[in-house]
Design a protein around this ligand. Structure first.
Ligand code: GLA
Length: 669
């Protein structure tokens, strides 16, 4: 066993800071940085993420002087460092000497030097160089007093989630051989009797390269699994070097858990992480981006197994990579930051400390903007530091939830492949629809993987859980038998882990549990909606379903399936199994969730709150409760609560007046 200490070592309270790239700045600015960081209460910085080319300007020749000075200066200022392995982007000398490490697209295009992350994750040559650099960093800085945490690479899989180079093909074959043992087993799993795809040896197998039409769906699914595993293998290899050289220092890397980043199955990484770290950016065009933020934060907690996690990056204001980059409105940065803390983050960090003057990210906001310290952004940076300091006692406390929302990366991958019943299905929108209803009803949910034990949850919602193993299907059925109200939506349990249909009527894996049998899918055309018998409408999906033990909760009131079940419920053991064979509108979803929660006996965190006011609690083992209240509306609200308002440092004798856009954290009596 290692002697590793749990994060956050001796970083006090809720850690605060961001990415720090001093190599872009002259000394006088770096000195001013320290002054401004002190003013803002910064305590933790990610350093060296993209520094390889400066730290090793020529192969084997190192220049550490500048980084030594930076770390010494930060240490003198009492600031701790999440130090990078510096391997996130290979230097030009490396890609020039070894062009075989460059990644390739499915069409065969080589992705060259000139941006970042131009490496093939499975390249043994790249791996060897990255390991060497990691060891060099660990040996040089392992005992530096500023070092609090190792940061491996950066957002692994961000730009090149799938690499189709020769190195990748070789590693994919080895991965397949390990998974299937024999080529016959691979042929069976991939269904290669179809379209003359039978393989005689593993050597004939390719990554899913560009092909005349739909590539074998199981091949694609396995390539997605392989690619996620390969990034994890890279993480693990670098982490093992760090553990060997510096067993006392924890290691992490920053994930991208949100509704857009599809290709890394973070649940499968969770056991390997000393601490989970996430990066989250709002979608500027989404007026309800704070709901997607909450989902991402709950997912981060889920991947962390409920433990506190690090918000490693978000933005003080605009980003520079969306089509139109809106700055954050008044108070929005506080609401975002504290919503992450409310849902379990014990660190709030930004990309980045000082806004760059050159390079591709110069229009991305930072804690110190181009316009300098006399700005709302910097004033808010300072104020956030003050607020987080006031929340020090929240650190280590945990969120509790009675509801589980099941999120399954392989189902996401498989359900959105080519050749499906409707290309309008978007797995994340389905997940978000059900999550939104929970959020609007003020109910906290854990976002969990399909492999999680569901014991103890009163309600379980699994939207479009398309691909399931027998074990997962059994676990979900067991949850219902044990007393949970379980709700599954259309296109759940349709295929097994190889993307083979489960025959005998849909939804194969859950037919018995749900007490329904569907003989045919009936996707709706764009713009086509039909009415359900409760007056709500539904779009996108319907199916020709028979009741085989369930009762109909809603039926179709018009359209081709008039009179047939659209939503069903079956009593199971001490619980129930609901099936939503339609896509109800927002109001319809909310009503169904309310019925499910009523039946399960789940109450909101704080009943009676006006719409748009978010309430989440964190609990300490000693029973202390911290109530986070976030007012996303423009209106002032009165909230009945007794305790200490930690941010404003005052007692609340029974009610809180929370101005529009504001946040409060109350240690409840
Ligand atoms: C990612 C990266 C950062 C930076 C930000 C900009 O999260 O990790 O290096 O590029 O995006 O939003």
């Amino acid at each position: 066993m290692t002697t590793r200490q749990p994060w956050p070592l001796d970083v006090p309270g809720i850690a605060y800071g961001g990415d720090y790239n001093p190599e872009q700045w002259p000394l006088d600015i770096q000195l001013e940085d320290i002054e401004l960081m002190r003013e803002a209460g910064v305590g933790l910085l990610s350093v060296g993420i993209f520094s390889w080319a400066l730290l090793e300007p020529r192969e084997g020749v190192h220049d550490f002087a500048w980084l030594d000075q930076v770390l010494d200066r930060l240490h003198a200022a009492g600031i701790r460092v999440a130090l990078a392995t510096a391997t996130a982007s290979p230097p030009p000398w490396l890609t020039r000497a070894h062009p075989e490490i460059l990644p390739r697209t499915a069409e065969g295009t080589v992705l060259h030097q000139g941006a970042r992350q131009s490496y093939a994750i499975a390249s043994p040559v790249f791996r060897a160089y990255a390991l060497r650099m990691t060891r060099t960093m660990a040996e040089r800085y392992g005992d530096h007093p500023a070092l609090a945490l190792w940061h491996v690479d950066n957002e692994l899989g961000c730009h090149v989630p799938h690499d189709y180079s020769d190195a990748s093909a070789t590693a994919f074959r080895a991965w397949l051989e390990k998974r299937y043992g024999t080529v016959d087993a691979l042929n069976a799993a991939w269904g290669t009797a179809f379209w003359s795809q039978r393989y005689d040896t593993f050597d004939e197998v390719l990554p899913p390269l560009a092909a005349p039409t739909f590539v074998n769906p199981t091949q694609r699914l396995d390539f997605a699994r392989f690619s996620s595993d390969e990034h994890l293998a890279h993480y693990r290899a670098l982490r093992d070097v760090l553990r060997q050289v510096t067993p006392h220092v924890p290691t992490t890397t920053n994930f991208m858990m949100n509704t857009r980043n599809k290709w890394v199955d973070y649940f499968s990484w969770s056991a390997e992480m000393d601490v989970v770290a996430n990066d989250h950016y709002l979608v500027a065009a989404d007026p309800e981006a704070h709901i997607e933020l909450a989902l991402s934060a709950d997912l981060s907690r889920g991947v962390a197994g409920g433990a506190p996690w690090i918000l490693m990056e978000h933005s003080t204001s605009a980003v520079n990579w969306q089509p139109r980059n809106r700055p954050k409105g008044p108070g929005e940065m506080f609401r975002n930051s504290l919503a992450h803390v409310a849902r379990g983050a014990d660190a709030v960090m930004f990309f980045q400390w000082r806004q760059s003057l050159a390079g591709a990210e110069k229009y991305h906001s930072a804690m110190v903007p181009h316009a300098g310290r006399d700005t709302d952004v910097f004033r808010d940076t300072v104020e956030l530091g003050r607020r987080l300091k006031a929340l020090a006692e929240v650190r280590g406390s945990r969120v509790r939830a009675d509801v589980a929302l099941v999120f399954d990366y392989p189902s996401w991958w498989a359900a959105e492949q080519d050749g499906r019943p409707t290309e309008a299905l978007d797995y994340q929108s389905e997940l978000l629809r059900w999550y939104r209803a929970l959020w609007e009803l003020g109910v906290t949910a854990d976002v969990v993987s399909a492999d999680t034990a569901l014991d103890g949850y009163r309600a379980v919602i699994a939207p479009t859980l398309y691909s399931v193993t027998d074990r997962t299907a059994a676990r979900i059925a067991d949850a219902a038998t044990a007393g949970a109200s379980v709700l599954l939506t259309f296109l759940s349990g349709i295929v097994d882990e190889h993307d083979h249909v489960r025959p005998g009527g849909y939804p194969g894996a859950f037919r018995e549990l749900l007490g329904v049998r569907t003989e045919e899918f009936w996707p709706l055309q764009e713009g086509e909606t039909h009415t359900l018998d409760d007056g709500s409408t539904a779009d996108l999906w319907s199916e020709k379903t028979h009741l085989t033990g369930a009762t109909a909760v809603r039926t179709w009131a018009d359209g081709p399936l008039t009179g047939r079940p659209a939503v069903t419920r079956r009593a199971v053991g001490r619980g129930a199994a609901w099936y939503v064979a339609a896509r109800p509108d927002e109001d319809g979803v909310r009503r169904l969730v309310r019925s499910l929660l009523d039946e399960a006996g789940v109450a909101p965190e704080l009943p009676g709150l006006p719409a748009g006011v978010e309430a989440v609690r964190r609990h300490r083992p000693d029973g202390t409760r911290f109530l986070f209240l976030i007012n996303h509306t423009g209106q002032d609200v009165e909230i009945p609560v007794r305790g200490r308002d930690l941010i404003r440092d005052r007692e609340l004798a029974g009610h809180l007046a929370l101005p529009g856009g504001e946040v409060a954290v109350v240690r409840e009596d």
